[in-house]
Write a protein that binds this ligand. Structure first.
Ligand code: G3P
Length: 217
């Protein structure tokens, strides 16, 4: 499973990138707001840092304006992935922009039928939002499984990008189901390294080592 980082925090992206943990980056208008940065400037900086696709989202709601914004965002760098919402106009923009050779991430997906439409419209990635479905007492992971089945039934090339990931369990379950990509905040990716028994075991080893009186260096 590829790891995308769901942030515009350049320092956090750089730290994970140095460890080989970053296959791409996703942003959205809320993430740009949180960064306090200019969208074009911060996105260019991220594109310079990361080799994989960097999603930058349009904010227009009609297809023609989405297409114009998408074309402008695509000029930032080679690895820009234009993000459009899963509306009828978003699907129109997806088709036009993907036919022009751009990478497209269709976002705010909450149903398998929406994912089917995005694949037909030429999406590179479909972004089902797990956490926001869990928030309303639905099972976001069921949606990932349904999309996996449908895409595999018909050999669609669109990649499933599990989004709105809030926990390490979301990461594990998305990987078990076979999501192609998971995008998560840096804190969730780092939390995957933690285990209470690792901490406990290391503590015991270090106490015993101190009793040996030895040094390696
Ligand atoms: O990847 C989509 C993400 O940015 C939305 O996450 O936690 O706001 O639902 P969240």
């Amino acid at each position: 499973m590829k790891f995308f980082v769901d942030t515009a925090d350049v320092a956090a992206i750089a730290e994970l990138n140095d460890l080989g943990m970053v296959d791409g980056v996703t942003t959205n208008p809320s993430i740009i707001l949180k960064s306090g940065r200019d969208i074009l400037e911060v996105t260019r900086e991220i594109c310079d840092l990361v080799e994989g696709p960097v999603s930058a989202e349009v904010v227009a709601t009609d297809a023609d304006d989405m297409i114009a914004e998408g074309r402008k965002l695509a000029q930032i760098a080679e690895n820009i992935c234009i993000k459009v919402p899963l509306t009828w106009d978003g699907l129109k923009a997806c088709k036009v922009l993907s036919d022009e050779g751009n990478k497209l991430n269709v976002t705010l997906c909450f149903s398998a039928n929406q994912a089917l439409l995005a694949a037909k419209a030429g999406a590179t990635f479909i972004s089902p939002f797990i956490g926001r479905l869990d928030d309303i007492n639905l099972d976001g992971m069921d949606l990932i499984a349904d999309i996996r089945t449908i895409y595999d039934n018909y050999n669609f090339g669109t990649e499933i990008l599990a989004a709105s990931i809030r926990s390490v369990n979301h990461m594990k379950d998305a990987a078990l189901i076979g999501a192609d990509v998971a995008t998560a905040p840096p804190a969730v990716i780092k939390a995957m390294a933690h285990h209470v028994l690792t901490d406990k075991g290391l503590d015991a080893f270090l106490k015993d080592w101190a009793k040996t009186g030895q040094k390696i260096l």
